[in-house]
Design a protein around this ligand. Structure first.
Ligand SMILES: NC(=O)c1ccc[n+]([C@@H]2O[C@H](COP(=O)([O-])OP(=O)(O)OC[C@H]3O[C@@H](n4cnc5c(N)ncnc54)[C@H](OP(=O)(O)O)[C@@H]3O)[C@@H](O)[C@H]2O)c1
Length: 277
């Protein structure tokens, strides 16, 4: 079967299209025929050697697909999904949304869980709160805007012209173009920071008693999203209820993974990019 792997760290050319044996599930694991995976910026860190990973390493941490033994349609945050087949712990998988194409559901796990935890666990958004979502045009932002609105918050989002319409459609009350306009003055009850932001600037955006949540360094109150299949199942329920949309900006063949990395590093990607084997 195909697996997109790195054998050494470096630029996107280190990503190889390898022919490898189909993996065999161990105790508590299942074999998934991959319908889709998706690109996340953390894959760049793995490829460059900035994040720990044993080599050779199969890239991509989101999966949607079919369990070979049962035919169950599942999604999950796993490892080594850039392949035709992948094994994963059954406990890490949840039923895929019934209302969207299975391949598109690969856009959900990492970005969706990160947004969920930012909105509900860390910022604890509630009706009437005024929130700034900085970096709403990205994969996490697409879920964060919708979940913040679902929580009843008033959403101000930053996005450039190419993402503004999508971010508005996701429910942002105001969209500020970060490429032409300074960050809005605030202060906000909560700031969800999804992009690089100078710490001294971050502090001035938050009201007294407010909360600053950041998924990127160097801003404080940084958190690293954890896997939580229970939260993932709750998110799937919101998707099937029509409350959250899965916006897939691009669908590309898995073999284009090196080109996707190049596009990401050149700032040419927006929203979620799904890759299909
Ligand atoms: N801590 C964690 O657990 C965790 C989890 C997931 C992701 N992350 C990190 O969080 C960041 C976002 O992840 P992602 O998946 O959403 O990334 P992404 O999809 O690659 O985000 C790309 C978007 O960032 C926007 N952007 C770039 N510079 C900006 C700026 N100065 N101001 C506002 N928006 C800007 C662009 O929006 P426009 O299209 O509007 O130009 C672009 O569409 C990445 O650094 C990722 O590594 C951390």
């Amino acid at each position: 079967m195909r697996a997109m792997r790195i054998h050494r760290h470096g630029d996107p050319s280190v990503i190889q299209d390898d022919d490898v044996p189909r993996p065999a599930p161990g105790p508590g694991e299942v074999l998934i025929r991959v319908a889709g995976t998706s690109f996340n910026p953390s894959d760049l860190g793995v490829r460059r050697g900035l994040m720990p990973a044993g080599l050779p390493f199969t890239l991509c941490g989101d999966v949607s697909g079919t369990v070979t033994t049962t035919g169950d349609r599942v999604i999950g945050r796993i490892v080594a999904a850039a392949a035709d087949y992948v094994v994963a712990p059954a406990a890490d998988l949840v039923a895929a949304p019934a209302t969207i194409p299975l391949a598109h559901a690969a856009a959900i796990p990492i970005a969706g869980l990160t947004a969920w935890q930012a909105v509900f666990d860390h910022a604890k958004l509630a009706p009437g709160m005024r929130v700034l979502i900085n970096g709403a045009g990205g994969g996490v932002g697409g879920f964060a805007v919708q979940l913040a609105r679902h929580a009843g918050a008033h959403v101000t989002a930053t996005a450039s012209a190419r993402s503004a319409a999508a971010v508005r459609a996701q429910g942002a009350d105001e969209v500020v173009d970060y490429s032409t306009t300074p960050l809005p003055a605030g202060p906000f009850d909560a700031v969800l920071n999804l992009v690089h932001l100078e710490p001294e600037r971050a502090g001035t955006l938050v009201a007294l008693g407010g909360v600053l949540v950041s998924i990127t360094l160097p801003v404080g109150l940084h958190f690293v999203a954890r896997n939580d299949p229970g939260q993932l199942a709750e998110l799937v329920a919101l998707i099937d209820a029509g409350i959250v949309r899965v916006d897939v900006a691009a669908v590309r063949p898995l073999t284009e993974l090196p080109a996707v990395h190049r596009d990401a590093e050149a700032g040419r990607l927006r929203g979620k990019t799904v890759l299909i084997p």
